[in-house]
Design a protein around this ligand. Structure first.
Ligand code: NAD
Ligand code: MG
Ligand code: MG
Ligand code: MG
Ligand code: MG
Length: 333
């Protein structure tokens, strides 16, 4: 059974006694920095010269310095910039500013797990990852609630790294909802697998294949869009609330019967065998290496895929249709 930690298990005064640098002010960065400050923690934000986020952070009352200055001042350094550039910023601005007893924190284990960042032995290395987007993390904190988080220690130089991570999690509201203990390896590998095989990759491919099947058979794209994409949210909301059981309770018996007999014809043993291959390529570092090569090679294929899909009939149909849906919140309308 997973180990769970709540507010009573965490001592806020630990992080209140440290100097924290939040490097980056994006989705996670702004949420962490503001909530740490509101929890009485001494926090500064590290941003590169010319960063567009600088004015915003300062407007919100935070002190902004360069990443190197932030790392030098602080004894807890939380790295919240995009994963593919973390190693470079670490080499240029963080590494030489780490002293024994400092703590290097992450919200995703990618760079440490695959060896792109190799912290020195005297430093605590830990992970505090809210299981939700940064804007929700901040909103929940302001409302007196929290987004559940996971925490892990990769290197416990001081012997207190996990208590420090829990204290940090408490300061951003994580222990209000519950913090699950994990490892860098488990967090990184399951995160990559989940987003590739199920959440993003698997779901996008399933929706596209279903949509194409209906349209190629002569049905209207608008109807196919509703059936294969729009209604997915309603189904997933039910699963989120009560698992497969609640979803199946809510849909018709006909839909439930179709679920049982057709689902396994779509996601077959071959699909699961491919999932295992995908997982192996994540575990052995093949995916991470290929992705970093693609990123630092100028994102050529990435941009090709992006353009291809934005021109797909599913997307162009949805774009028009959503304008007509007064009940869908979107910023295109
Ligand atoms: P983001 O893309 O929203 O933020 C990027 C920020 O990095 C920008 O505000 C920018 O100011 C800063 N930045 C860019 N280049 C920089 C540089 N050279 N030097 C200093 N700062 C620079 O990033 P994010 O989505 O918040 O992700 C940050 C980390 O959190 C990642 O490790 C990610 O895996 C993890 N994470 C994100 C989420 C999420 O909700 N987005 C959830 C869990 C974990
Ligand atoms: Mg994830
Ligand atoms: Mg991820
Ligand atoms: Mg239907
Ligand atoms: Mg039913």
């Amino acid at each position: 059974m997973a180990e769970l930690f709540y507010d009573d298990d965490a001592d806020l005064s630990i992080i209140q006694g440290r100097k924290v640098a939040v490097i980056g002010y994006g989705s996670q960065g702004h949420a962490h920095a503001l909530s740490l400050r509101d929890s009485g923690v001494d926090v500064r934000v590290g941003l590169h010269e010319g960063s567009k986020s600088k004015a915003k952070a300062e407007e919100q009352g935070l002190r902004v310095v360069t990443p190197a200055e932030a790392a030098a001042e602080a004894d807890v350094i939380m790295v919240l910039i995009p994963d593919p550039i973390q190693a470079q910023v670490y080499e240029e601005s963080i590494k030489d500013n780490l002293k024994d007893g400092d703590a290097l924190f992450f919200a995703h284990g990618f760079n440490v797990r695959f060896g792109f960042i190799k912290p020195p032995a005297g430093v605590d290395v830990a992970l505090v990852a809210p299981k939700g987007p940064g804007h929700l993390v901040r909103r929940q904190y302001e409302e007196g609630r929290g987004v559940p988080a996971i925490a892990a220690v990769e290197q416990d130089a001081t012997g207190n790294a996990f208590q420090l991570a829990l204290s940090y999690a408490k300061a951003i509201g994580g222990t209000r909802a519950g913090v699950i203990k994990t490892t860098f390896t488990e967090e990184t590998e399951t995160d990559l697998f989940g987003e590739q095989a199920v959440l993003c990759g698997g779901t996008s491919a399933l929706v596209k294949a279903g949509f194409e099947t209906l349209v190629e058979a002569g049905y209207q794209p608008e109807i196919a869009y509703f059936e294969c994409l729009h209604e997915l949210k309603l189904i997933v909301d039910l699963m989120y609330e009560g698992g497969l059981e609640k979803m199946r309770w809510s849909v018709s018996e006909t839909a439930e019967w179709g679920d049982y007999v057709t689902g396994p014809r779509i996601i077959t043993d071959a699909t699961k065998a491919e999932m295992k291959k995908v997982l192996t390529e994540i575990q052995d570092g093949t995916f991470a290496k290929n992705w970093m090569d693609e990123y630092h090679g100028g994102l050529k294929k990435y941009n090709e895929y992006k353009t291809q899909d934005s021109e797909h009939l599913l997307e162009t149909t949805g774009k028009e249709l959503r304008k007509l849906m007064s009940w869908v919140d979107n910023d295109e309308a």
